[in-house]
Write a protein that binds this ligand. Structure first.
Ligand SMILES: *Cc1c(COP(=O)(O)O)cnc(C)c1O
Length: 220
């Protein structure tokens, strides 16, 4: 499916119409050619999501614009952190202290501050990444005793089970939002949940940022 430019602008407009003003829309442009990203940018969509390090770096270099906010939304490997730090407005799926320490070190070396979200595992599928409740608590405790210098945890991120069972998806988002409220040390701003198939449920359950790909750019 090759969506035409007008379609992308229309789709963005229709999503924005249903999205509360305070909820951030990240247009997930992974695997899509730069021409389609350009159409989204022309429509005023400056938050873009990518899940591959190399692809994000290439697209950032292609556009070379400081007003684009690049979101690294996928699982990130420690050895790729160095490539991501210079471009990332927000790294969404951090799920270990080791990864955080690497992000902090690379940010320090680059003389930058990096914002991140911690990923909580809320889905039933076992293959999805993320911390369990205990892991999240342990990580937050470790941050309290051994703080980071150049990395700011802005909140939580999660992915619901891929299922038509909306009550299950609702339960999973509820759980994420509950942890967000319970653990929020005061400065957290972002509860990142909701994709093309479930973003309306996520917004109802208190999402502050939705990551929408195929509903904007077409199927991958
Ligand atoms: C691909 C992806 C999305 C967007 O998925 P769509 O179903 O195309 O909206 C959102 N979040 C993450 C983490 C992704 O990897």
């Amino acid at each position: 499916m090759t969506p035409n430019p007008l379609l992308i602008a229309d789709r963005l407009a229709s999503i924005r119409m249903d999205l509360p003003q305070e909820v951030t829309l990240v247009a997930v442009s992974k695997t899509k050619p730069v021409e389609l990203l350009a159409e989204a940018l022309d429509a005023g969509q400056l938050d873009l999501g990518e899940n591959r390090t190399q692809e994000m770096a290439q697209k950032a270099a292609h556009f070379d614009r400081s007003d684009i906010r690049w979101h690294h939304i996928g699982h990130l490997q420690t050895n790729k952190v160095k490539q991501v730090v210079p471009h990332a407005h927000l790294i969404h799926a951090v799920d270990s202290r080791r990864l955080l320490d690497e992000i902090d070190k690379r940010s320090r070396n680059a003389n930058r501050n990096t914002s991140v979200l911690l990923q909580l595992h809320i889905a039933q599928e076992t293959q999805k990444h993320g911390l369990d409740d205990q892991g999240l608590e342990t990580l937050l405790e470790s941050l309290a005793t051994h703080p980071l210098t150049n990395t700011v945890v802005q909140g939580l991120m999660g992915m619901a089970t891929f299922t038509d069972d909306t009550s299950q998806v609702t339960r999973e988002f509820k759980r994420l939002r509950k942890q967000f409220d319970a653990l929020n040390p005061g400065g957290w701003t972002t509860c990142s949940m909701g994709m093309s198939g479930d973003w309306k449920i996520a917004v109802d359950e208190g999402s502050t940022l939705v990551r929408i790909g195929s509903a904007i750019f077409g199927e991958r």
